[in-house]
Design a binder for this molecule. Sequence first.
Ligand code: ADP
Ligand code: MG
Ligand code: MG
Length: 200
Amino acid sequence: MHLAAADLAALIALCRAEIDRHGAHLSALDSAIGDGDHGANMRRGLEAVFAERDSIARLPLPAALEKIGLVLVMNIGGAAGPLYGTLLMELGRGLAAQGCGEDFAAALERAVAAVARRGRSGPGDKTLLDVLYPVQAEIVRRSAPGHIAACARSAAQSTQAMQARRGRASFLGARSIGHEDPGASSCALLTAAICGYLAE
Ligand code: ADP
Ligand code: MG
Ligand code: MG
């Protein structure tokens, strides 16, 4: 998968539209096992990134990703803000550190690991990491964008069967089983939007 800085403004617009379209659904998922604000949180974050898309797209890709992460941390709020923020900031820093020999998959792997450390969570905890891990693995395998998007959706769906061990949903214990995790769902939506663009 290859990302050019010139595509960033279009990708940002697409992600913002996707989160806007599905915001009510994300909040409904969060109402079932959390506090019902995940759609609003994500909308606020993507709206802020969208407002700054022109200046972001003028930056070199690593700095642009880091800036997106910063804007997300400052605007999503809640538990998801620092996690999505860490993902993008670490991805940007990782690509910057690699210089010319950019290996997106390796930088993404380290960024996902940073999210796990930040959330003190891992596979099967019923969080957005349950989408990030399989997506990252597909990118290492250089899978086609369409396959990665489908994998992300089924990974989000698979959080239904899990019992939450992190975040607000963990307060419900076994009652969190049977509901899709809102963060996993937003992560799959964003993955699918980005993959759809890259497949064009
Ligand atoms: P809040 O729970 O503060 O209202 P959001 O509703 O925006 O924040 O985000 C909730 C999502 O954040 C969850 O569905 C889950 O995917 C993710 N999440 C929460 N806590 C953690 C954690 N410790 N590690 C990883 N992901 C987490
Ligand atoms: Mg919430
Ligand atoms: Mg909240």
